[in-house]
Design a protein around this ligand. Structure first.
Ligand code: ZN
Length: 434
């Protein structure tokens, strides 16, 4: 048993001063004032400093590790252009080695940014590489093979049966494995590249194995026009008609989703991952997150790398607030408390991770510490406000996931960062000219 301690802790019951967590194996077994916990337990190790803030690990609820190699090459594009000219070409060309390099660099960056739970929307092939990297690096992961059975380029389009059979084989191989750290989600890319047969097959898999269903929805106006032609109604209504909207559905974007459809999503208990950086980068638009929250939808945040270029959840929380203030000309449109929840507990709920996302006894020990010696916290006046509006990944000094210390005083313990970066550079840089 060891302790994580600091001057402040953001707990499920509010911010506490001079606080400690007692961690045994994978769990927070107790928490309380540091002095009391030290009297009650004899700890083998002590991680922390007086000027640390204990914080739940961040949840990046939507990202694509295999797209990482395109970072820097794809700026200034709109969604469909970006997908067709760059991303699909890269994904079709992906081999095992490149997939592994992308996943390792992504997850290392995420750990160093304070992310302990990831939701990786993988590609069509080499999904094992993402699971393998998550296992080696010790992050809690929800990963799924992207399925595409129409309107897709060679190398990515597969027969419906192949999509579903390969997904089921991955479910059997990985779901719930590594002590429950690795989880599978059924993941058709989006409606334009998914037949109804694929969506129906997805529902069967979700029902059979009790899995999260993820897909991109209503991100871009051109996409919506195509969907209207295909279905004669919105994709949200279409998914509902197929029985796919329920409490295990996790929709990404919903930038252009109308109020009536948002109400339907709320009624069905589905979650929405909001990716403000990506939505601005691809000129997609401004999602109406205040309305989503008002209707009671569980809204979480995603970096959506590589539609965006970094994994900082501080930045996504900041953009989620700034976007709404500017859009609605209202400083109260989105506040830092809500954005912090989107980046932590709401993300955990959307990924189906029931016992993480906030610090409380009995939860999994997914904890990070932030140093108030970092200039972002100088002077320290309001912890949550400064996390959202001022902090950076370099404010994170310790990262613990499932009770295992992944980074200690900014030193990564689970891998050599330089080896991973050097190897990835060698494997991936030849594709500079895509
Ligand atoms: Zn995405």
């Amino acid at each position: 048993m060891y302790e994580v301690w600091g001057g402040w802790a953001i707990t499920a019951h509010g911010i506490k001063k001079n606080y400690s967590l007692a961690i045994e194996k994978d769990k927070i077994v107790d928490m309380g004032p540091t002095r009391e916990l030290r009297e009650a337990y004899s700890f083998d190790d002590s991680i922390g400093k007086e000027r640390n803030i204990l914080c739940p690990g961040f949840v990046d609820a939507h990202m694509h590790s295999f797209q990482l190699a395109t970072k820097g090459l794809t700026a200034d594009q709109s969604l469909l252009e970006w997908l067709k000219k760059y991303i699909w070409k890269w994904e079709a060309d992906l081999d095992k080695e490149k997939a592994r390099a992308c996943a390792e660099v992504s997850f290392v960056q995420m750990i160093r940014s304070g992310v302990t739970s990831i939701s990786d929307y993988s590609s069509v092939h080499h999904v094992d590489e993402a699971f393998g990297a998550a296992k080696r690096l010790g992050v809690r992961a929800l990963i799924g093979k992207t399925m595409m059975d129409r309107n897709s380029p060679p190398g990515l389009e597969q027969d419906t049966d192949v999509c579903l059979k390969e997904s089921e084989a991955l479910i059997r191989k990985w779901h719930g494995k590594h002590g429950g750290m690795l989880n599978y989600s059924v993941t058709p890319r989006f409606s334009i590249t998914s037949t109804d047969a694929l969506l129906r097959g997805s529902k069967k898999l979700c029902d059979k194995y009790k899995l999260i269903f993820r897909t991109h929805t209503e991100e871009n106006l051109s996409e919506i026009k195509e969907e209207k032609k295909m279905y004669g109604q919105s994709v949200i209504r279409h998914l509902d008609r197929l029985g796919l909207l329920n409490e295990r559905a996790h929709l990404t974007h919903c930038v252009w989703t109308k109020p009536a459809e948002l109400k339907l999503i709320a009624e069905r208990g589905a979650s929405i991952s909001h990716c403000p950086g990506s939505n601005m980068m691809l000129a997609s638009g401004f999602a109406d997150t205040p309305r989503m929250l008002k209707y009671g939808i569980n809204v979480c945040l995603g970096s959506d790398v590589a539609a965006y270029y970094n994994f900082s959840m501080f930045e996504q929380a900041r953009l989620a607030c700034l976007m709404q203030k500017a859009r609605l000309h209202d400083p109260h449109a989105m506040d830092h408390e809500k954005a912090f929840k989107m980046a932590t507990i709401n993300g955990a709920r959307a990924l189906g991770f029931k016992d993480t996302g906030e610090l409380k006894a009995g939860n999994k020990a997914d904890v990070i510490t932030l140093s108030t010696h970092h200039l972002a916290f100088s002077p320290l006046n309001d912890i949550i406000s400064q996390i959202v509006y001022s902090a950076f990944p370099s404010s994170v000094n310790n990262v613990i996931c499932n009770g295992k210390v992944l980074m200690r005083e900014r030193k990564l313990l689970v891998a050599n960062v330089y080896d991973i970066v050097d190897e990835a550079q060698e494997i991936l840089e030849i594709h500079r000219g895509i």
